[in-house]
Design a protein around this ligand. Structure first.
Ligand SMILES: C[S@@+](CC[C@H](N)C(=O)[O-])C[C@H]1O[C@@H](n2cnc3c(N)ncnc32)[C@H](O)[C@@H]1O
Length: 276
């Protein structure tokens, strides 16, 4: 892990859905905060908190002032799920969560709990002892390795060296093909009014592709799309099953108390009144 600097490694097996970390931000600012704004904020913190911030890594050394470089390297979005307008660019610095490295097949998801003022991290799948714990900066990009490298370099200033990006030859070609397919299938819901049956067909094989690419992060949204397409097709029994799948995936990736799980739970309760 030397090239990536420090990182977090599991010291025991972690079952899928485990809450790994729950942490308050040292501070939160808009993603475009200037070095001066960061300095003013740091001045209002305790010595210990300042030390924690200054101990974090800086990928933009030489390109930016130190404080701005540390902020840009480590800031995580503190935006409630699906309410992206309010505080759309608000970011936080976290002594521990900011130490997680990026992967294009992350085994951990981070979710901002607004009411509690906490960043919570959940295991997306069973994780073995000794495995590195990784998140996706932004969200995993459904694209080939070359395309991902461009996006990650532009947005985060480094060349991704995750296990998925280290694939070569046939393994890389197959991964690129699966991700291209997933990118297309992620558009299935746009066919809801023109060709819902076609949209649903696109999603049927998608869950296997997600598993094979280590992209459990998307299970909830793909299953929710399938649910909506089934409703359009008046396939209510299937709709309910896909909604249950979306709910189960959201519990794993975002936790029981998350706003998204509450939304899906309310929707599931509503399906109970459907007459078959
Ligand atoms: C938020 S920090 C993560 C913790 C950091 N490794 C440390 O030592 O504190 C982000 C930085 O870690 C490195 N990094 C994270 N994920 C990486 C990856 N998949 N490939 C290469 N470098 C990575 C990059 O330098 C990136 O700017």
């Amino acid at each position: 892990m030397l090239e990536k600097g420090l990182g977090i490694v599991a010291v025991k097996p972690i079952p899928k859905g485990t809450l790994i970390l729950s942490e308050q931000a040292l501070f939160k600012l808009d993603a475009s905060a200037s070095a001066e704004e960061i300095k003013d904020t740091l001045d209002s913190l305790s010595r210990e908190e300042q030390r924690e911030f200054l101990a974090l890594t800086n990928t933009f050394r030489g390109e930016m002032k130190t404080l701005a470089g540390i902020f840009k390297t480590n800031a995580l979005p503190c935006v409630p799920f699906k309410s992206r307008k309010k505080y759309a660019r608000r970011c936080g610095i976290f002594p521990e969560a900011s130490r997680f490295n990026h992967s294009c097949s992350p085994n951990v998801n981070y979710v901002w709990y607004d009411k509690q003022g906490q960043m919570r991290l959940y295991a997306l799948r069973d994780i073995a002892s000794g495995e590195e714990l990784t998140i996706a900066y932004g969200k995993p990009v459904l694209a080939t390795r070359e395309e991902r490298w461009k996006v990650i370099e532009a947005d985060f200033g480094f060349r991704c060296d995750c296990l998925m990006c280290c694939r070569e030859g046939r393994a890389l070609d197959e991964s690129n093909r699966r991700r291209n397919e997933l990118r297309q299938r992620a558009r299935a819901n746009s066919f809801i009014f023109t060709d819902p049956a076609g949209g649903l067909r696109m999603l049927r094989g998608a869950f296997d592709l997600l598993d094979r690419e280590g992209l459990e992060y998307y299970t909830e949204s793909f299953a929710f799309d399938a649910y909506q397409l089934c409703i359009e097709l008046e396939m209510y029994e299937h709709a309910r099953a896909y909604l249950q799948q979306a709910y189960d995936a959201a519990v794993v990736s975002m936790g029981e108390e998350s706003e998204q799980v509450e939304r899906l739970r309310a929707e599931l309760e509503e399906t109970e009144s459907w007459s078959d």
